[in-house]
Ligand binder design. Structure first.
Ligand SMILES: Cc1cc2nc3c(=O)[nH]c(=O)nc-3n(C[C@H](O)[C@H](O)[C@H](O)COP(=O)(O)OP(=O)(O)OC[C@H]3O[C@@H](n4cnc5c(N)ncnc54)[C@H](O)[C@@H]3O)c2cc1C
Length: 401
């Protein structure tokens, strides 16, 4: 017999799960909702370990779900921050082309901006100097004034508080295991009966989804994002956010410099293939079975070389070396020296899905529905930015309210 019964069960108390619970309550206040998480706090994984940037959406083609929810999500999160006194600053960002080969990508980003109504403009070297005096000279730079930084931890805490005040039950330390029977979820602490289930389990969403009979076409590769921080004396070299022109065949943005809301400047993150879904250290968090599965997947990706996977692997693994990491950062801020970069324990994992048929990295968010459950897959960057608008899409697609 199930211990508990809820109209809606949300698995995962990361930003996506919390935003889904919020959206459900907004649409149907009387819904009896539980949010469960295997950890003891909200945002223990990707949501509490990111760069804290609210992206403007310039990277995504207008036909993608990311483009549809990114800018809207950012606007709603900024509103939420203002409402609750959460630190948030529209500090803007520059994107720098460093070679002529990148010019077509600059054009493509500007086209994305135009098609999606994003505030972005090409800037000349003088304007760049005024915005970011220490940035590398770039003959093709873009300025995005609406990019913001936010205290992600404060957003997560406030969401939990608001949801608890609205009567939502949080079950921490409860791990969702599988579908026990129709509408009954088996967890590490007993069974829960649900009217509808939202799987927002981040790095484990694919595992849970498969136990419900969906997501069979995907495998997950975790990519580790590690950071360095600028020393106190080098901090002044970056005013806001300096990004490279990305490789648009990849879902990663490249090492960048971000002045976060505390005023510290972080350099990173990398996208190094990791050996476990929670492999934040060198080997910690890498189980043998999972590491073997991921290793096999990596070899297959390496051989097929879709998304320029070989080049990605080589350049990213090299960034375990401070020298190579510094070289990437100096492409954006040439004055940086070795002593300017100090180590930090900040690290996150991007749970990236691979399509098993095409052997390509999935670039967009994926939502799969089966019976009374919906599964949020590939909630990679910018899912923090997008969360409030993304949650609206998820809830609408569930057809529950
Ligand atoms: C290094 C890095 C930098 C990033 N920078 C940015 C950025 O600047 N801006 C931006 O918009 N995005 C950024 N992102 C992406 C963003 O952080 C994520 O897309 C977003 O946080 C995903 O949220 P989520 O709720 O899906 O996942 P998570 O935050 O990982 O939450 C999933 C939750 O599910 C729980 N869970 C898992 N399995 C189970 C289970 N079986 N039972 C119960 N609970 C379970 C986990 O404990 C976890 O709390 C970054 C990501 C990384 C890794």
């Amino acid at each position: 017999m199930p211990q508990f019964t809820f109209d809606a069960v949300v698995v995962g108390a990361g930003i996506v799960g919390l935003a889904v619970a919020r959206e459900l309550k907004l649409r149907a206040p009387s819904t009896h909702i539980a949010v469960l998480d295997k950890e003891d706090v909200v945002g223990a994984h990707a949501s509490g370990r990111n760069s804290g940037v609210l992206h403007c959406g310039i990277y995504y083609g207008s036909d993608t779900l990311k483009a549809r929810v990114c800018a809207q999500g950012a606007a709603r999160m900024i509103e939420f921050a203002h409402e609750h006194g959460i630190p948030c600053l529209k500090s803007g960002k520059v994107i720098l082309a460093t070679s002529e080969q990148q010019y077509p990508i600059v054009d493509r980003l500007m086209r994305n901006a135009q098609e999606s109504g994003i505030n972005a403009r090409r800037i000349n070297e003088q304007e760049l100097r005024e915005l970011e005096p220490a940035a590398a000279m770039s003959p093709a730079a873009i300025y995005c004034p609406d990019t913001a930084v936010i205290d992600s931890g404060a957003v997560l805490k406030q969401l939990r508080l608001s949801l608890e005040q609205q009567g939502i039950t949080f079950l921490f330390g409860w791990q969702a295991k599988k579908l026990r029977a129709a509408n009954v979820l088996q967890t590490s602490r007993g069974n829960i009966s649900f009217g509808f289930l939202f799987n927002c389990a981040g790095a484990y969403a694919d595992v849970l989804a498969r136990r419900f009979g969906v997501a069979q076409n995907y495998a997950l590769i975790p990519f580790k994002g590690i950071y360095w921080k600028l020393s106190h004396s080098a901090n002044r070299l970056v005013r806001a956010n300096i990004y490279p022109v990305p490789d648009v065949s990849l879902p990663f943005l490249g090492v960048h410099l971000t002045r976060v809301i505390s005023g510290d400047v972080y350099v990173g993150p990398t996208a190094i293939p990791a050996l476990g879904r929670e492999n934040y250290g060198m080997v910690k968090g890498a189980g043998v079975g999972e590491a073997l599965r991921i290793g096999k997947q990596l070899i297959s990706m390496y051989l097929s070389n879709q998304n320029n996977f070989r080049r990605l692997t080589h350049t990213e693994i090299a960034k375990y070396s401070k020298r190579r990491f510094l070289a990437a950062a100096r492409g954006l801020v040439p004055a940086l020296q070795d002593i300017d970069m100090v180590p930090t324990s900040k690290a996150g994992i991007r749970p990236q899905l691979v399509n098993l048929k095409t052997k390509k990295l999935e670039m967009d968010y994926i939502i799969e529905r089966i019976d009374n459950s919906i599964h949020v897959l590939n909630a990679i960057s910018p899912a923090f930015t997008s969360a409030f608008a993304f949650a609206e899409t998820i809830v609408k697609q569930s057809g529950t309210v």
